[in-house]
Design a protein. Structure first.
Length: 221
């Protein structure tokens, strides 16, 4: 007697093909979604780090400028002591280089995230002009002449104040921009939800399509 019993539906070849396709679709979708989340998180983290680096560089520039001013005052006060004078002159030069280096670091970090560097370029030029004023005044210093140090110092009293204010202003702008990026987090989360919904809709579409094909195959059998 011939056995005409059909195998269970879940063991039929069309069903197994359908199940394998769904499994592959789920795996591919999960992998793509994880990659999207990873890229978004890495980009946001990198941007936060670079914004922090810009703020730190501007802080270093402000501190270096303060040190430059102090070294200038010290070298004028010690103009009659060659040893101390040389020490503070060296400190003045090193702090000046430090300010330029800090500003260039800030500019590089801004360029890396596509920010406009016009304000940093202005600070760099402004500091160079300030340094020129200091050097011009220094060339008129005559330690052997009475009150020479005071006269030289009076020529540049307060010339660094504008640069200090400009550095603080640019730093405040960077801080505001960083806060703005933080406020965009809900928007970013909304984009993520949209991507999840899109992926889910696509998965349902393919599941319906495979289900339709599978139903047709079963009917034909």
């Amino acid at each position: 007697m011939t056995n005409n019993t059909l195998p269970p539906v879940w063991l039929s070849k069309p069903f197994l093909i359908f199940f394998a396709a769904l499994l592959l679709l789920a795996m591919a979708g999960g992998y793509q979604l994880s990659r999207i989340f990873s890229q978004v998180n890495e980009a946001a983290a990198q941007r936060s780090v670079q914004l922090l680096e810009i703020e730190e560089s501007l802080d270093e520039a402000a501190i270096g400028l303060g040190r430059q001013v102090q070294e200038w005052k010290d070298l004028l006060l010690r103009a009659n002591d060659k040893t101390l004078y040389d020490i503070h002159l060296k400190g003045f030069r090193e702090s000046s280089i430090g300010v330029q280096y800090a500003l260039l670091n800030a500019k590089t970090a801004m360029q890396d995230i596509g920010m406009d560097t016009a304000e940093i370029d202005h600070l760099i030029s402004e500091h160079k002009s300030l340094l020129s004023e200091y050097l011009l005044a220094h060339s008129k210093l005559r330690p052997s002449v009475k009150d020479s140090s005071n006269k030289v110092d009076m020529q540049i009293v307060g010339v660094d104040r504008k640069l200090q204010q400009d550095i603080a202003s640019v730093k405040a702008g960077i801080s505001a921009f960083a806060k703005q990026q933080m406020y965009r987090t809900p928007e970013t989360q909304g984009n993520r939800n949209f991507m999840i919904g899109l992926l889910g809709a696509t998965s349902l579409f393919f599941m319906a399509l495979f289900g339709f094909i599978f139903a047709n195959l079963m009917i034909r059998q």
